[in-house]
Every structure is written in structure tokens, then in C-alpha cells.
Design a protein around this ligand. Structure first.
Ligand code: A3P
Length: 286
């Protein structure tokens, strides 16, 4: 673990993950009308949605998700490895990013590219990141949950502040070609939300094909699928590779097992202050 992190416009540059040049490539990326781009703050259900969209586009046939890694099915616009592939001619392109809106390619907003933005209860996001951080090379490991929560609240994480990310992206919520989904609603009604997604993407699936999407994107099936439940990260210090598992508990409300009453009250107060400009009805958590 090193502490040689620098900041770039509100997000952290961590050696081995991306560089300022990669961010500049992402910012100037030319979006096409038929691109589909999935945008999330980390640990909000990105890989779940990658699986769902992959299965919808395969009409429920699981072959693609069983044979091709999720990071090849969707290319990350800020990832230096996928940037080589993004220069190729493949269309339509399936893209993903954790970038906040101010670092996102402006070309998207003048194109007809479709954006899917997923939100998740920030308390569960914080809990989930806390558990995955130990696997991320070159990222400072917090001493305890209290120290980590403090960093989360102050946006001292790889992709900056959850509050800024969410507030920024939700300014697009009433625009064409923007679909807002939440981790909590996916948990509550996966099939109903898939129908919404099919409509948004312009795909029609039979009831049997939808059944297969639901089945193959379930937590238990995804957890057993190496193509969906792992990402290889290289530690630039010693060039070792590690296989990081992406699926952990897959539940709503695990934060209650981590936050103390005092931490929960303090978080609520900050949440109310920061999110006061938005209708609380937008968020399926209290
Ligand atoms: P937990 O750590 O709370 O379990 P991301 O893909 O954005 O990194 O999000 C990871 C979170 O989504 C993890 O949350 C992971 O377990 C959860 N997740 C991934 N696939 C899931 C699925 N099929 N059903 C429910 N949760 C899923």
C-alpha cells in the first residue's frame, strides 16, 4: 500500500488504475448515437446491470456471459486497457464508467447515446466499498470503518464524492435517452425493471427469454460465473496480478451491520443537508 495518490478535478489518480492521460482520452471520447453507456458510482450494482443488459441483448441465451468476461463485454472509457479496443470499429458499443458528470465526454450530450444511471443507498455503497478496498492496489486501507466512513463523507475516494456524483448525474434525469434505475428497485422487482430496460434499449423479449435473463442474472448464478464475478487487477509496484471477487452479499441494508447509532445519525444529518435540493421520493431508501 502506498499513499502516492494525486487528485484530478475531484477524483483520485491511483497508479495502476488510470492516469491523467486516460482521463483526458475519456473526456474527449467521441460518443456515437447507438452507444449504450452504463454510469454508476462504484459498488452500486454496475456488474449486475452489465449482466442484465448482456443477457437482454443475447435474448436470454447465457453463452456470451458464460464465455466472455464482463470487462470485455462492456468497455470502460477511463480504463487504459479498454481504451485500445475503443479505437476499433465495433458497433454498437457497450460502455461503462464511474466518472462524475463533469469528466464525462461532452459529445454524449449532443448524441443519441443511451445512458443508464444506477443509484444505490449510499450507506450500502459505503459498506460495500469498505469491504472491497483491501483488494485495490495502491489504495490506502482505512484503519477501521469510522475512518473509512469519514473519507466517504468527505469524498476522499477514487471517484470522489458520492453526493456530487449523484447530484451531478441526476441533473440529466428528465432528458431523453437517460434511464434512472436503482439497486433497491432491481432487488424488489427484477422482472418489471427488465421490461423497462428492454423498452429503453428497444429490445423485445418473450416471457421465456425474460425468465432466462432473470435466472442468469441472479446473485447465486452470477457468483458462480467466473466471467462475471472477477476482475484482474495488477499491482504496479510488484507487477503481481490479483483476482478480485466482485460479488459479496448482494443485499439491501447490510449497512445496519456496520454503522453505529452515532454514525448513522451523523450520516443522516449530512445526507439531509447535501441532498436537500432533490425530492426524497427519487430515492427508494429513507
Ligand atoms: P455488496 O458488496 O453489498 O454485496 P458494482 O458492480 O457496482 O461494483 O457493485 C457491487 C455490488 O453489487 C456488490 O454489493 C455485489 O454483491 C452486488 N451485486 C452484484 N451482482 C448482484 C446480483 N446479481 N444481485 C444482487 N447484488 C449484486
Amino acid at each position: 500500500m502506498t499513499d502516492n495518490i494525486t487528485w484530478f478535478s475531484g477524483i483520485q489518480i491511483v497508479p495502476g488504475l488510470f492516469t491523467v492521460e486516460n482521463l483526458s482520452f475519456a473526456q474527449n471520447f467521441l460518443m456515437k448515437d447507438d452507444d449504450v453507456i452504463l454510469v454508476t458510482y462504484p459498488r452500486s450494482g454496475t456488474h449486475w446491470m452489465i449482466e442484465i443488459v448482456s443477457l437482454i441483448l443475447s435474448k436470454g441465451d447465457p453463452t456470451w456471459v458464460q464465455t466472455v468476461n464482463s470487462h470485455t463485454r462492456f468497455l470502460w472509457i477511463e480504463d487504459k486497457d479498454s481504451q485500445k479496443l475503443l479505437k476499433g470499429p465495433d458497433r454498437p458499443r457497450l460502455l461503462a464508467t464511474h466518472l462524475p458528470i463533469h469528466l464525462f465526454p461532452k459529445s454524449c450530450f449532443t448524441s443519441r447515446a443511451k445512458i443508464i444511471y444506477i443509484i444505490r443507498n449510499p450507506r450500502d455503497v459505503a459498506t460495500s466499498i469498505y469491504h472491497i478496498r483491501k483488494y485495490t492496489p495502491n489504495v490506502k486501507i482505512p484503519k477501521n470503518f469510522e475512518e473509512f466512513l469519514n473519507a466517504f463523507i468527505h469524498g476522499e475516494l477514487l471517484y470522489g464524492s458520492w453526493f456530487d456524483h449523484t447530484l451531478g448525474w441526476l441533473t440529466r434525469r428528465n432528458t431523453e435517452n437517460f434511464l434512472l434505475m436503482s439497486y433497491e428497485e432491481l432487488q424488489k422487482d427484477l422482472r418489471g425493471n427488465m421490461q423497462k430496460l428492454c423498452q429503453f434499449l428497444g429490445n423485445h423479449l418473450s416471457p421465456e427469454q425474460l425468465d432466462s435473463v432473470v435466472q442468469n442474472s441472479s446473485f447465486s448464478v452470477m457468483k458462480d460465473n467466473k466471467m462475471s464475478n472477477s476482475i484482474r487487477l495488477k499491482n504496479p509496484e510488484d507487477e503481481t496480478d490479483s483476482n478480485v471477487p466482485l460479488l459479496r452479499k448482494g443485499r439491501c441494508g447490510d449497512w445496519k451491520n456496520h454503522f453505529t447509532v452515532t454514525q448513522s445519525e451523523a450520516f443522516d444529518k449530512i445526507y439531509q443537508e447535501k441532498m436537500s435540493s432533490l425530492d426524497p421520493g427519487l430515492f427508494p431508501w429513507s
